[in-house]
Design a binder for this molecule. Sequence first.
Ligand SMILES: Cc1cc2nc3c(=O)[nH]c(=O)nc-3n(C[C@H](O)[C@H](O)[C@H](O)COP(=O)(O)OP(=O)(O)OC[C@H]3O[C@@H](n4cnc5c(N)ncnc54)[C@H](O)[C@@H]3O)c2cc1C
Length: 390
Amino acid sequence: MDKFNHVDAVVLGLGAMGSAAAYHLARRGRRVLGIEQYTAAHDRGSSHGRSRIIREAYFEHPDYVPLLQRAYDLWGTLQTEGGSRLLLPTGGLMIGPEDGILVQGALASARTHHLPHELLTSREVRRRYPAFAVKDETVAVWEPRAGVLFPEYGVLAHLRGASRSGAELKMEERVLAWQPRDGGVEVRTDKDRYTADRLIVTAGPWAGPILSDLGLPLRVERNVMYWFQPSEAAPFAPDRLPIYIYEYRREGFIYGFPQVGRDGVKVAHHHSGEFCTPETIRRDVTPEEVHRMRDILAGTLPGLNGDLLQAVTCMYTNTPDGHFIIDRHPRHPQVILACGFSGHGFKFAPVVGEILAELATYGHTRHPIELFQLARFSTRAPRRPGAAPG
Ligand SMILES: Cc1cc2nc3c(=O)[nH]c(=O)nc-3n(C[C@H](O)[C@H](O)[C@H](O)COP(=O)(O)OP(=O)(O)OC[C@H]3O[C@@H](n4cnc5c(N)ncnc54)[C@H](O)[C@@H]3O)c2cc1C
């Protein structure tokens, strides 16, 4: 093996998580090689679509809150360093039945961590935020620190920061396989071979195949983002409409944003139930799907009824319990994986990058990541590591 191709760490996949890992490793003075099969901030994975929600009263579990608080700080630092806007604070609303998982979960996180919040009645929601139609029995948790992240700019800021700190980033190069070697790893791509002391796998929806020896319980789900023209712009302006999640029927969620650019107002359904792989995902959006979204909007945001300007697909990589996987490979501790972000990972990208850099450098992290352990799932019998299909 050519000594020249040996690095401290290879980062496999440079989406939200890999770009952040490369940044934090390079900042610690590690020799990093990042490998990405497409281009920087491309639109074929999970980290595109011009906006992402960040929120703090986290309905999914109170254990995410300390990580979120670190993520807010790190997004702020990255924004200052890079000079382009990465986060627009708007406040956030979690709207739904009072005993629903959204409202109850957001309240649990807010109360556990003493976060500023308000519980609004349907009347208050209508008065303050005229874009929403809400039933009388609906309530909302309002939180002040939520806002909009700009995902492509976030990925690019991490990549630029990583390069500035000496990371080597290879675009349009695909990892075909990896294997443990002499306590480190050997990584084979469609262009070259490399060796490294550590391998960090941040392959998003491609994680299952490249970690096929682990038999990870991941399911990739196709989801659609829609941009509609509102009938009237004022109620959808960022100073009138916060980011929101709306439980419009039991455990059925839409979420959305105020109008942040000139290309309409973005809204989406959380969890479509249409499973796929990165190879089989259906990228076209049918008139029936658009019609179904318009039906939901008629009862929730009735003013969002103008032309459809764009509809774009994106993939979630779901775990059975909806919590992330961030851990070391059980048989090859020099391999660290971060995947299964289950449609809610973007906001955490900088803190996940920091965790991965700490795991790769010290073997442990200061951050609480017990919720994300791989051991919570039973894994299949070991197979040959890193064999990509086909
Ligand atoms: C529609 C939609 C809306 C979302 N909304 C939110 C939100 O509002 N807030 C939020 O926090 N999160 C949200 N998420 C989730 C969040 O965007 C993802 O959890 C996050 O972007 C996942 O990042 P990742 O780095 O794991 O995956 P990706 O960004 O997909 O990165 C994986 C990268 O690995 C590369 N790769 C894979 N295999 C190889 C290989 N063999 N060789 C080389 N390169 C490889 C891929 O090309 C890709 O670039 C949303 C996701 C979607 C799809």
